[in-house]
Design a protein around this ligand. Sequence first.
Ligand code: MN3
Length: 247
Amino acid sequence: MKFFTVILPLFCLFAATCEANQEIEQTKKMKYELTPLEYSSSALEPWIDTRTVDLHHYKHHAAYVDKLNAALASAPTFSFGGSLGELLANLDTVPEAIRGAVRNNGGGAWNHTFYWRSLAPANMSGEPSDTLMEAIRRDFGSFEAFKTKMTAAAVSQFGSGWAWLCVDQDGNLKIVSTPNQDSPAMGGCVGMKGLIPILAIDVWEHAYYLKYQNRRQEYAEAIWNIINWKRVSERFDCALKTQSISL
Ligand code: MN3
């Protein structure tokens, strides 16, 4: 009787601790993690529907992170201690055998974190800071003209890709688009040296197809209702002051 009341619970505790340790070991090997959303899956309604956010974040975004980790694990002699952004900025140091996988999946992982953090529920969207608004008017003529131009960049990106608002080395705003999961975060590695992204629009079909089907234009117009302008303005300040990317 005593065995079952004293020894068995102790044994179970020991077994549970071992399991926990194993989990920690596995976590250590999983170098990069899925960045959690800052809002609920329904928070972007009605502009981006709950099901799209769920699938996009917990399936698509998560898959990029998993595949990135798998690619890195397949090259045991390569180790990189920095952030994902730093890894992408140094793509040319990644072994050729996994460079394509890191470019696609590391880019996918980073771009999506940047995208989710570019968005906010409509009632918290706000507007650009005075300094950012001034720069928008200076470089695009008006806020409306800027939105029209960025929407057009999103719509006209052939196939899957991204539209970005960036700050160049002279502090000017530039709209660019990239194919696949290429990103200004990859800098010179993808011919985008010195461009610091401050806002991203994902134009892969998985970002909008459930609600908008083939109407990418409608999605790219709707997204202006849920931009996190506080965050984008902070990124702009960071780009001007430190010439660096802020997530
Ligand atoms: Mn996507």
